[in-house]
Write a protein that binds this ligand. Structure first.
Ligand SMILES: Cc1cc2nc3c(=O)[nH]c(=O)nc-3n(C[C@H](O)[C@H](O)[C@H](O)COP(=O)(O)OP(=O)(O)OC[C@H]3O[C@@H](n4cnc5c(N)ncnc54)[C@H](O)[C@@H]3O)c2cc1C
Length: 498
């Protein structure tokens, strides 16, 4: 089972071999990379896109597909950190990005099921902290001029909320199909597209992005890799989370088209139509990457929530994805420490819209323009007061895992026999610390537990059968290959002597 959005739309592109040149090398073909590449190509620049896997199959193809002018951490929180002029600039940029997606889908004939729908944020329990926060959220939206209404029902939905804050004319779509459509448009415009081409090194001073089999020389490099590939000081300011999604077809008529956030359960729910069937899509059960509970059934909890509220057929899809939240509530989009390397990260659970904003911001910067928005979102901003809690929290996480996990491994007296079938453990074997996975047919695969990004120890992720780094979110498959995150290379193989 995988994401409901990745439904076999093909976008085959060759792997990069040899040398190529471009004005701009865009690394990563999620929504950020695809939008950026299209905008730059349509502005007349020579663009090359390098994607480690297939376009859209990163977090974009594993999101909820909601588009909204607000932010999921709340406008009230944003107003606590930024003044109203800055918050208005952010929400206006997000609203404009949704319009751009709609216009672009229409102009290019992309069949991505985009619909204008209300976004209802509700609480099911009266008098809770979440109820009070929702009231503040409504006031913040009104103060910033968003189309907000307050009520006590989600029309056409089988929920009995205590309070509902609604934003009209937001949208939802199939994000994977949108990216697949952008890739087709890029191909038609002669853009060089390379898939299965993981960038393993970046030489900013030479303007080079390097894969195992080739390299691209470019005047500008855009790291549209969700978190910057390789080391970046901003990684110390971001928190990294995993979140889960499930989908099932609706039986009977089902609720009206809408996106709904149940704030006291922290679930995001929406309708979706595909192949003549209507589905309910549910996302939630967030936890810090590398800190999940091995025994928790995150998918099961989402399914239970769905069955409690809707008449559903068999669950057809289940997936998970990652998010990086910034320290001060706004994403980091723009020039990195190197003038010729641009990044877009820290977009939290709002990156379909922020990634689209990033395309516009990066186009402006590449053309040599600046404005209030590029200045607001610059990764070079220094916001210690706004970010303080997150910075301290995140570096407590890093210290805990860098030091604590090593001590824990040294103290552990577990051996190979303690690794369950289909499970993983970090163990001491012949005096060496190893990350050991035991396959379902009993074979042991031992790897170095040291994440090549910054040296933290990886943790076993039972739900997703992967090794996850709790420090900055790098993830590796059971063979040690990079799945995602800032690490450029995989975990080293270790010998198991039995
Ligand atoms: C469960 C969940 C639900 C979400 N729902 C929503 C939502 O409804 N609305 C919303 O706005 N946001 C949502 N988000 C957030 C959103 O999914 C992301 O912020 C957004 O997809 C980021 O897009 P991106 O293009 O920057 O990253 P990605 O889509 O992850 O694309 C990055 C690409 O870079 C490639 N890459 C990485 N490293 C390399 C390398 N070294 N070389 C080459 N290529 C590389 C990856 O393979 C990937 O394809 C959700 C997040 C989660 C976790």
């Amino acid at each position: 089972m995988d994401s409901v959005w990745i439904d076999g739309v093909p976008s085959p592109a060759a792997c990069l071999t040899g040398e190529a040149e471009a004005d701009v090398a865009v690394v990563g073909a999620g929504i950020t990379g695809a939008v950026t590449a299209l905008r730059l190509a349509e502005a007349g620049l020579k663009v090359a896109v390098l994607e480690a896997r297939s376009a859209g199959e990163g977090n974009t193809g594993r999101s909820t597909g909601n588009l909204y002018a607000t932010v999921s951490t709340g406008l009230a929180t944003l107003r606590d950190k930024w003044d109203d002029e800055e918050a208005r600039l952010a929400t206006a940029a997000r609203a404009a990005a949704i319009d751009w997606i709609e216009e672009t889908a229409n102009r290019l004939g992309i069949d991505c099921g985009l619909r204008r729908v209300p976004l209802h944020q509700c609480v099911l329990n009266a008098g809770s902290t979440a109820h009070e926060q929702l009231r503040r959220e409504h006031e913040a939206a009104e103060a910033l001029g968003l189309p907000a209404e307050w009520g006590d029902a989600v029309p056409g939905w089988p929920l009995s909320p205590a309070a509902v804050h609604t934003l009209s004319r937001q949208a939802h779509f199939n994000p994977y199909r949108f990216v697949a459509g952008l890739m087709a448009a890029l191909r038609e415009r002669g853009v060089a597209l390379y898939e299965h081409s993981r960038v393993v090194d970046i030489d900013a001073s030479e303007g080079l992005v390097i894969t195992r089999e080739g390299r691209v020389r470019a005047r500008h490099i855009v790291l549209a890799t969700h978190t910057p590939a390789g080391f970046n000081a901003l990684q110390a300011e971001m928190e990294v989370y995993r979140e889960y999604g499930v989908a099932a077809p609706l039986e009977g008529e089902g609720p009206s088209d809408a996106s709904v956030w149940v704030k006291d359960g922290k679930h995001s729910v929406r309708t979706h139509e595909q192949g003549g069937r209507r589905y309910i899509v549910m996302v939630g059960e967030k936890h810090k990457t590398g800190e999940g509970d091995e025994h928790a059934d995150y998918f099961g909890r989402l399914r239970d929530f769905g069955r409690r509220h809707f008449r559903l057929g068999e669950f057809t899809h289940a997936w998970s994805a990652q998010q990086y939240t910034s320290g001060d509530g706004l994403p980091y989009i723009g020039r990195s420490a190197h003038d010729n390397v641009l990044i877009a990260t820290g977009m939290g659970a709002d990156g379909l819209t922020w990634g689209t904003v990033a395309g516009a911001v990066i186009e402006r910067l590449v053309k040599g323009d600046e404005d209030a928005l590029t200045r607001l979102l610059t990764p070079r901003r220094f916001t210690p007061v706004k970010s303080a809690k997150s910075f301290v929290a995140e570096n407590t996480t890093v210290t805990k895992h860098m030091v604590g996990d090593r001590v824990e491994a040294l103290r552990s007296d577990e051996g190979l026999a303690d690794v369950p079938l289909g499970g993983g453990r970090v163990l001491r074997l012949d005096g060496e610390t190893c990350a050991v996975h035991r396959t379902r047919d009993g074979r042991y695969v031992a790897l170095s537990p040291v994440c090549p990004h910054m040296g933290c120890h990886v943790k076993w992720n039972q739900s997703e059968q992967s090794w996850d780094c709790p420090c900055h979110g790098s993830r590796f498959d059971t063979e040690g290959q990079v799945i995602e995150g800032p690490a450029l290379t995989g975990l080293e193989r270790r010998q198991v002597n039995r």
